[in-house]
Design a binder for this molecule. Structure first.
Ligand code: ZN
Length: 465
């Protein structure tokens, strides 16, 4: 009984942290399954001294995941606690059990009492600020968007991603199809852009487990927009902060993890697997050791990859057809939107029509799936690009014909399929595209090699000054 409760309450809490209601089908089924597994292991070991080890290990993971972070001292302290707990359990002939049971009950109650966590957290001023601008800006960063122009591994003939550049030109964009980022890392590439200086690739990384993972060094771009009289809206992920507590900026931050319950249209079986994988991810990101009891279940979901982060493209997909589309469709003069979407970023979980792929068919860059060839990986990648193109087209259509609007769409680096492997190349790491639509820019396709940061910053400066 104690073992059953102890095995089940940790995932209840993790799922609650990831946005799952305690009474959702996902939570109930996963918790029941783990509770039964814990009870079985507990019953099997009940008459043996090994029971003390099993139970103290499960309790230890509570402490490790919820109450300790990984500084060197705390690792030592947590192991001392583990040893002490095991010894106490053995010596007291499990008289400690009622206390552990009480702790488990109290801990599971805390999951029920947790406030709902919204998918997007917002801050910024409520009333409309007076603006002095008569133009507006829609600036969208598509993370990991490569250019299909002269790609070493191009989309297959007739594949929707093959027509991406022509599509953008048809829609009135000037497209730089041969743009190279100064850095293959998101944080460096985009920090330089908002610093309005291609050489300023510095950024700030927060401690592991922080709500927001990184921050740009200085968002001079947002500050300049404010000074120029724009009302500034930023939609960012919890991976990289651009808002930096700038009080006049309307800042929306979407969580990179969790909330699949609200966005996934997959069937119940698949939803339960996704929720289980999220629990696994939450555990492996907060501890280096992982939790064996739960890790064992991962193989049952059909996933073969320890590096998942799969909620990233799913959430971005949902935002593009919801929040972003809604807000920018009614963009007013004087408003500037900066939107950072983690699409077509890996893993590749969408087919070309944005259909959800089964977990076993998800694609990854080669560094996360060494058994997969670059050709196969690129195939999955272009499918997800086609999905991103489809979502972009809705935004592009909704904002077509707005005279005062300048739209800037670009990637932050290349597809990075072979990045950090022995086959990496400049094109694969860095080549991306820039598309700009404005009444002041002539549509057309340019294949002249340009530096991403130089070109984007020069467009931005024209809009600020
Ligand atoms: Zn990136």
């Amino acid at each position: 009984m104690t073992a059953a409760l102890c095995s089940a309450v940790l995932p209840v809490n993790l799922l609650a942290d990831l946005g799952y209601p305690v009474l959702s089908m996902e939570t109930l089924i996963i918790v029941t399954g783990l509770g039964i597994t814990g009870a079985l292991i507990g019953a099997m070991l009940a008459s043996s001294f090994l029971y003390a080890y099993f139970l103290s290990l499960v309790v230890y993971f509570y402490l490790e995941i919820y109450f300790l972070s990984w500084t060197a001292t705390q690792i030592v302290i947590s192991f001392v606690i583990l040893l002490a707990l095991t010894l106490l359990l053995r010596l007291t002939d499990t008289k400690l059990l009622p206390y552990i049971l009480a702790f488990a009950v109290a801990f599971s109650l805390s999951a029920v009492l947790k406030p709902d966590i919204p998918v997007i957290v917002g801050s910024g001023p409520d009333p409309q600020l007076p603006t002095s601008q008569d133009q507006s800006i829609l600036h969208i960063v598509m993370d990991e968007m490569a250019s299909p122009y002269q790609s070493e591994y191009p989309p297959a003939a007739g594949h929707p991603a093959e027509g991406l550049l022509d599509y953008l030109v048809e829609q009135g964009f000037h497209v730089d199809a041969n743009a190279y980022s100064v850095a293959a890392e998101t944080v460096r590439s985009l920090s330089a852009i908002v610093a309005l200086n291609p050489e300023n690739t510095g950024y700030q990384a927060f401690h592991p487990g922080a709500v927001i993972a990184n921050s740009v060094a200085e968002n001079l771009y947002a500050k300049s927009l404010l000074e120029a009289g724009y009302e500034v809206f930023i939609l960012q992920s919890s991976y990289l902060d651009y808002c930096q507590e700038l009080e006049s900026v309307h800042c929306l931050t979407y969580s990179r993890t969790g909330h699949i319950n609200e966005i996934s249209s997959a069937g119940l079986g698949e939803r339960i697997k996704l929720a289980y994988l999220l629990v696994h991810e939450a555990m492996t990101s907060s501890t280096r050791s992982g939790v064996l009891l739960y890790a064992l279940g991962v193989s049952l979901t059909g996933s073969s990859n320890p590096v998942l982060d799969f909620s990233v493209p799913l959430i971005s997909h949902d935002l593009m057809q919801g929040e972003v589309l809604e807000q920018v469709s009614s963009i007013k003069p004087g408003e500037a939107y900066f939107v950072h979407l983690l699409l077509p970023h890996f893993p590749y979980v969408f087919g070309p029509d944005c259909e959800h792929l089964p977990i076993a068919k998800w694609g990854y860059p080669v560094r996360h799936a060494p058994a997969v060839s670059p050709i196969e990986s690129y195939k999955s990648y272009w499918d997800q690009v086609a999905c991103a193109e489809k979502l972009l087209s809705r935004i592009i259509n909704a904002t077509a014909g707005i005279e005062y609007l300048t739209t800037i769409i670009h990637g932050d680096h290349g597809a990075r399929i072979m990045w950090q492997t022995e086959n990496d190349s400049r094109d694969d790491d860095l080549k991306t595209l820039i598309a700009v639509r404005s009444s002041h820019v002539d549509p057309g396709l340019s294949s002249k090699p340009v530096i991403l940061q130089n070109s984007v910053i020069s467009y931005l400066k024209q809009l600020i000054e």
